[in-house]
Write a protein that binds this ligand. Sequence first.
Ligand SMILES: NC(=O)c1ccc[n+]([C@@H]2O[C@H](COP(=O)([O-])OP(=O)(O)OC[C@H]3O[C@@H](n4cnc5c(N)ncnc54)[C@H](OP(=O)(O)O)[C@@H]3O)[C@@H](O)[C@H]2O)c1
Length: 248
Amino acid sequence: MRTALVTGASSGIGEATARRLAAEGYRLMIVARRAERLEALAHELGEGTVAVAADLTDADAPARVRAQVDERFGGRLDLLVNNAGASWRAAFGDPQRGGFENVRRTMAVNFDAAVRLTEALLPAVRAAAPSAIVNVSSVAGRVASPRGGAYSASKFALIGWSEALGFEEAAHGVHVGLVLPGFIATEGFPQTEIRPRFIVSKPEKVADAILRAARGRHEVIVPRGYRIVPLVAALAPGLVRRVAARRR
Ligand SMILES: NC(=O)c1ccc[n+]([C@@H]2O[C@H](COP(=O)([O-])OP(=O)(O)OC[C@H]3O[C@@H](n4cnc5c(N)ncnc54)[C@H](OP(=O)(O)O)[C@@H]3O)[C@@H](O)[C@H]2O)c1
């Protein structure tokens, strides 16, 4: 049976992805901080599902998760989905909520935690080759907006690192895919202020995209309509700058 590990599976995109992968026949390990949420989902998904409650920014978290993969999955992992993430919107010059501290805490969860977990689990992913790693970045990893500097820094970084990792790991039979969601309504990202409403999509759409990335796509922008954003950003940067500047 194929195995998959999904971080940030206690809500939103990660939870939808865990459900989707279970329906595809994967045996799952689900990771996040909220133990009760994970236990409830593990119960729903069936007996083989392993819930690991961990704050992925903790120094010992990668080793703890790796120990579980070794013990429960025999040290083999067919798919690693680095999805856990968070955003605290603030201008860099805001002395209360911005500054380096906001960049530091955002990088710690959105970038460092994914890199550290991948380092710990790479031997298990390689052992299961052909296998895959899917990293969940964002359209904000291609285009920044005011008060989104810390978040965009983390998501731009995740894209650059993932692209390099993909070249390196191809020789080991490990595919590295990227998923760039647009506005998706979830607990952490309610997107209530976004207009028009039809541009806000659902976590299940991203779960589909993660599966496509796991099956060999290098980059999936979801929903599809958002594909135009990086394209226009490259061809008409002035236009994208004017639209992005209006985001509050
Ligand atoms: N929704 C959007 O519009 C959107 C757009 C682009 C990209 N994304 C990306 O999609 C990913 C999932 O976000 P979402 O929209 O599904 O938001 P969400 O519902 O808030 O889910 C975030 C998940 O990450 C987990 N998490 C946060 N900090 C963690 C930590 N320190 N250690 C372990 N787990 C942690 C949360 O679980 P606990 O709180 O239980 O730890 C939760 O399961 C994120 O990387 C986000 O940046 C979202």
